[in-house]
Design a protein around this ligand. Structure first.
Ligand SMILES: Cc1cc2nc3c(=O)[nH]c(=O)nc-3n(C[C@H](O)[C@H](O)[C@H](O)COP(=O)(O)OP(=O)(O)OC[C@H]3O[C@@H](n4cnc5c(N)ncnc54)[C@H](O)[C@@H]3O)c2cc1C
Ligand code: FES
Length: 259
């Protein structure tokens, strides 16, 4: 079983209010990590409650794991209060990452929404400029990492719900345009459930392979508690799988993605 490690925070930036970019010194995990995997990190609460929370690995380089997270509740708030030099207890890397092949997939399409864009950075980097990327954000105030993604992608299209940055609408609209034009031999997606459902439908309609990364609430993070179960298709029937262990990345035709 994977053991947790104390990792020093070596960098911390607040990108936009409530959204933190952190680098953790974790040489072994950084060497082992593949895009799509996550860390289960102990968030030292101000109430002396210790909570582990799953956060995607945004990048792994120079012996460090980079994570970018939004403050949502108690766990992420207490993590955001940690400072450079503090040590945090980290289990990493966990889960199944994306299937990546520059030989098999020459025209990858990547789609992300909100906090779902972060695991897609290491993925886009692996494709060395051949991936087209489509992002959706609520509004201009939540748009982050635009230049970083542009630098590692063939093209980046940013959409916002209110049109305050880029075009107005959802990221799946320009994605569908590319599929209609016959582009894309694989789609990778991470974001809110309605976005993942559209990606699953488009993949079926245009007969393109797709992988989706699920953000399920988690308990143990290592397959022991079943908190993170999701329904998956099994020949002729269905079965539950654990997002922390069998995912978070699944083939789109593998998961049912119910409302
Ligand atoms: C595999 C995985 C990767 C993730 N990667 C990132 C990341 O890169 N950056 C990032 O900002 N967040 C990420 N998340 C979401 C993050 O784990 C939650 O926001 C966090 O656990 C909330 O904890 P909290 O104690 O701050 O809030 P809580 O008090 O536990 O909850 C606050 C609010 O957040 C919602 N919430 C809690 N857990 C989740 C979850 N897993 N998914 C969606 N909503 C949730 C709750 O329903 C509630 O509304 C990821 C989640 C998973 C499962
Ligand atoms: S979080 Fe415990 S089994 Fe997945």
């Amino acid at each position: 079983m994977k053991e947790s490690k104390l990792c020093k925070i070596v960098k911390k930036t607040e990108r936009v209010p409530g959204l933190f970019d952190m680098e953790l010194y974790a040489p072994e995990a950084a060497r082992e990590a593949v895009p799509g995997q996550f860390v289960h990190i102990m968030c030292p609460s101000f109430e002396n409650i210790f909570l582990r929370r799953p956060i995607s690995i945004c990048d792994a380089k120079d012996d460090c794991l980079r994570i970018v997270f939004e403050v949502r509740g108690k766990g992420t708030y207490s993590l955001s209060r940690c400072q450079v030099g503090d040590e945090v207890d980290v289990l990493a890397p966990l889960g199944r990452g994306f299937e990546i092949s520059r030989e098999r997939y020459r025209r990858p399409l990547i789609v992300g929404g909100g906090i779902g864009i972060f695991p897609l950075y290491a993925l886009a980097k692996q494709y060395q400029g051949s991936a087209e990327v489509f992002f959706g954000f609520r509004d201009q105030s939540r748009v982050v990492m635009e230049e970083e993604f542009r630098a590692v992608s063939k093209e980046l299209t940013v959409m916002t719900d209110d049109g305050s940055n880029g075009n107005k609408g959802f990221a799946t609209a320009p994605l569908e345009e590319r599929l209609k034009a016959g582009e894309g031999d694989i789609i990778y997606a991470c974001g809110p459930m309605p976005m993942l459902r559209i990606v699953k439908r488009l993949a079926e309609e245009y007969k393109v392979k797709a992988q989706v990364s699920l953000e399920q609430r988690m308990g143990c993070g290592i397959g022991a508690c079943l908190t993170c179960s999701c329904e998956t298709v099994f020949p002729g029937t269905w079965k539950y799988q654990r997002v922390c262990l069998n995912g978070p990345v699944f083939w789109a035709d593998e998961v049912t993605l119910h409302d």
